[in-house]
Structures are given as C-alpha cells and as structure tokens.
Design a protein around this ligand. Structure first.
Ligand SMILES: [Zn+2]
Length: 164
C-alpha cells in the first residue's frame, strides 16, 4: 500500500514506465493519485529512416493518456548516450523535484544493465534522496502484479484501447 498522493515515474526511454510499473500506474490512477511521467530519450535515432522521428513520443503520449496520466514530460537526450548528459539529467531531475515535489519516485531497476537505465537510476536516487524511491524491480508490496489490475474493468477498457 502506497500512502502518498504525488508520484513520479522516471523512464529512460518512452516505454520503460509502462513496462516497468504500468499496472502500478493504473492502480494509482484508479486511486486518484497524481502521477507524472518523465521520459529522457525519445529514441528517434533507433527508428527506421522511413518512420517519423516523433513516432515513439506519439505512442508514449497515447499510452500514458490511456493510463490516465495527466502530465508527461519528454526530454530528447540521445539514446544510449545518457551517460554523456549525466549532469544535465541530474539538473533536470532537481528542477522537476522543485516544481512537482513528488512524494514517491519510481526508478529503473537497480540491477538493470542498460547504460541509459543505470544513469536514470543513479541520478534519480541522487535528485530524490529525500523522497521514497522504488526501483521497478523491487520485490516488495509496492509493485503489484498485472493480474491484479487486469481484474478491474477500467483496465479492460484500457486494453481494448491498445488493441485498436
Ligand atoms: Zn529503456
């Protein structure tokens, strides 16, 4: 059980928040908690040339909107190069902390080997050291299973939206 109302999701890339803790996000939205999502790379460099550069921004916007997230923040740091922008990322996180004052922050998993995930995990801990931080691989009771939330009718509606 999470006893805070203002939650921040830190996603290195545009799908990491949903993949890492999407069921928890859906649960907290149902509980009327404020959830903000910040993505640090739009990964446009990883897309095939024939795809528009904002493809993943549009997908992430649709996914977070379907989950009911009010605010999504996008940064456009180069994918696989977040380490080169570590200090800028830290400063953006500090700015977000000052503006949003989240009580709980969800980070990438501590043991994730992806270089971008490691940067967001480390800088997230640094910027939000006074808040409750959970990495998305935490085996405790904060993160819930997808089956729990799938039982709720709202989630079924969300799934129907994603299938179209
Ligand atoms: Zn990622």
């Amino acid at each position: 059980m999470l006893h805070t109302d203002n939650i921040l999701i830190l996603a290195p890339h545009t799908d990491d928040g949903e993949l890492g803790c999407g069921a928890s996000i859906a649960k907290y939205i149902l509980e009327k908690k404020k959830v903000t999502y910040a993505a640090f790379s739009t990964c446009s460099q990883s897309l095939p040339k024939e795809m528009p550069a904002d493809t993943l921004v549009k997908e992430c916007t649709a996914a977070t909107k379907a989950l009911g997230i009010g605010d999504t923040i996008f940064f456009d740091f180069t994918v696989r190069r977040l380490l080169f922008h570590r200090q800028e990322i830290l400063e953006e996180l500090i700015r977000i902390n000052n503006e949003l004052k989240p009580q709980t922050v969800f980070l990438p998993a501590k043991n994730d080997v992806h270089q971008d995930h490691q940067v967001v995990y480390a800088e997230g801990l640094r910027a939000f050291k006074m808040q409750m931080c959970w990495d998305t691989n935490y085996p405790g009771t904060i993160l819930i299973s997808i089956q729990t939330i799938l039982k709720r009718s709202v989630k079924k509606t969300l799934l129907l939206k994603f299938m179209h």
